[in-house]
Design a protein around this ligand. Structure first.
Ligand code: ARG
Length: 561
């Protein structure tokens, strides 16, 4: 139940709509004053009255028989609402414990389709720490949309087109062996790629050879296409391992090469609409009027570009899925690229261009420093995950040596730490990944939240599931917890509206902190029967909600830790 919504609906304030009142309702810093407050100062002008008088009137007009509100007061231009705490507690607990793994879910999406383009790895290139954010952000947005009643379509727009495949074929033919590549997978492919660049520095002709091979792929030369497909299979096998560790899934793997035969109609349309211009032999769409460099559609040698493929992909997605929105979870380095292609689509008269959203995020670097694919100093995402799992295992072994299933638990904890570490901050911020920080059991981390879950689970296993409880008096620590619990649905809505899974991560930490305060201040198992049952119910509701929150981020919860 959304208490703020409930109060907003009961307030009569001049011409203000419920939405406007909702937006104005604030949480007073001190709950002694009230649980919600409506400041009336901004209303003084339109209502031509003193704020104090307005507050008084709003107070008098509020329904006196509202069971939820224990007290309404008008103080210094504020209307303060005190919620009936027992009522609030009862309603919230009943809702959480009825809905359980659906608590927080809604059908606001009404089955509308949202395409989400995320992770979008490049074939035969390392899956490195730079791909962490797009992968886990996109996956969280996918789960969140589903939870709120949308129909998400997860798309891995594979980077499977470009001259690098010609380079790889040259390198493979010269220096590679089948066994070595089968065994080494992506890393062995990358080693070849690095070697190519080193050798090409001394021997320019290698680049010509690479271009020739790339052309062969395009002309469907059997041998070259077979090699390319093999590189692709090897890559997908390698990244598949990471996706399954991170619980990440896709509905479509249509990558750049998928659009090979879908660009011509788009190019024709651009030409028909008079948008295409020649410039230094290339075909471009001029965007000077929008303060952007031109969007290049065809190079002077006739080759298509990344942007051409993205324009064709957007058209294809609209035709295929008739999306309500199409999200691109891609680093902010590509801001200009997306502004350009969205503009081109708009100029083509696609009214749905307004439904394309670039969900931009910042860079992740490791404390150890930057990296470069060409030079070969790469931080593989898989190594980061494995290292986190190892560290988690050693921490767990030290803290709780007799714990069963340590390996499995360490995997849940280590993987969770990596995901949470990438999702805890506003997505646009650059972050430096630190193993010690993401695995700090007392910090703002997933292991802190997981540990709180294990604590709650242990309380429940000792106390048994809550029997019927009666809520009479609610202590401040209990009330803080109740408030947090009741906030969850609106946090999810906010996270979806702003494409910010970090709201969910922060919420999980806040809720865990509220639970731990309650746990240390109020005895649960030794309380009087009535209180004990209420507190067990609170414990259960917390566990349910924390699990839902972490689940939406793709993080599991071990029973014990
Ligand atoms: N593969 C690209 C890269 O690694 C990201 C693709 C993002 N999606 C898209 N539709 N452009 O930079």
């Amino acid at each position: 139940m959304d208490f703020k919504r409930h109060i907003a609906a009961g307030i009569r304030a001049g011409e203000l709509t419920e939405e406007e009142v909702y937006a104005m309702l604030a949480l007073p810093p001190n709950t002694e004053m009230g649980d919600f407050a409506l400041p009336c100062f901004r209303l003084a002008k339109s209502m031509r009255k003193a704020p104090a008088l307005i507050a008084e009137e709003i107070k008098n007009a509020y329904p006196a028989d509202d069971p939820l509100v224990a007290e309404v007061t008008a103080v210094n231009g504020y209307v303060n609402f005190k919620i009936d705490r027992a009522f609030w507690a009862k309603e919230t607990l009943a809702e959480v414990l009825r809905e359980r793994e659906r608590y927080g879910a809604s059908d606001e999406g009404g089955g509308r389709v949202v395409c989400i383009d995320y992770s979008s790895v490049n074939i035969a290139k390392p899956f490195h720490i730079g791909h962490l954010s797009t992968t886990v952000l996109g996956s969280a947005l996918y789960k969140l949309h589903k939870f709120l009643g949308y129909r998400p379509v997860g798309i891995n727009h594979l980077g499977d087109y470009g001259t690098q495949f010609g380079k790889l074929i040259v390198a493979y033919k010269r220096w590679g062996s089948r066994e070595e590549i089968e065994k080494g997978g992506l890393r062995a492919l990358n080693a070849l790629y690095v070697r190519f660049h080193k050798e090409a520095e001394a021997d320019e002709s290698l680049n010509d050879e690479a271009r020739a091979y790339f052309k062969k792929i395009e002309d469907k030369d059997e041998e070259s296409v077979a090699l390319f497909e093999w590189f692709k299979q090897l890559t997908l096998k390698d990244v598949g391992r990471i996706y399954s560790l991170l619980d990440v899934h896709f509905d479509s793997w249509a990558g750049e090469s998928f659009y090979n035969d879908k660009m011509q109609p788009v190019i024709d349309e651009l030409r028909e609409k008079g948008l295409l211009q020649e410039s230094e032999g290339a075909q471009i769409v001029d965007l000077a009027a929008y303060d952007m460099p031109p969007c290049i559609i065809l190079r002077s040698d006739g080759a298509s570009l990344y942007a051409t493929r993205d324009i064709a992909a957007a058209v294809y997605r609209k035709q295929t899925y008739d999306f309500y929105k199409c999200l691109y979870v891609v680093a902010y380095q590509q801001n200009l690229h997306f502004r350009q292609i969205f503009k081109v689509l708009e100029l083509m008269g696609k009214e749905w261009a307004k439904d394309l959203v670039h969900v931009a995020y910042g860079m992740v670097s490791l404390e150890e420093g930057a990296m470069s694919t060409r030079k070969g100093n790469v931080v593989y995402l898989e190594d980061v995950i494995r290292k986190c799992v190892e560290k988690a295992l050693s921490i767990i072994a030290e803290k709780n040596p007799s714990l069963e299933n340590k390996e499995q638990i360490a995997e849940t904890v280590g993987v969770g730490a990596v995901i949470f570490g990438a999702l805890y901050n506003n997505k646009i911020k650059d972050i430096t990944f630190s193993y010690d920080r993401v695995l700090n059991f007392e910090g703002e981390t997933s292991c802190y939240v997981q540990y709180t879950c294990a604590r709650a689970a242990s309380v429940l296993s000792k106390g048994g599931a809550a029997a019927a409880y009666l809520v009479e008096e609610v202590l401040p620590q209990e009330f803080e917890l109740i408030k947090r619990l009741s906030e969850f649905p609106s946090v999810l809505k906010d996270a979806l509206d702003k494409y910010e899974p970090c709201f969910i991560a922060r919420y999980a930490v806040d809720l865990a902190q509220a639970y731990n305060k309650f746990y240390f201040d109020c005895s649960i198992l030794n309380a009087q029967e009535r209180e004990k049952n209420f507190r067990l119910a609170l414990t259960e509701a917390t566990l349910v909600t924390l699990k839902n929150a972490l689940g939406l981020l793709g993080i599991g919860v071990p029973e014990k830790m």
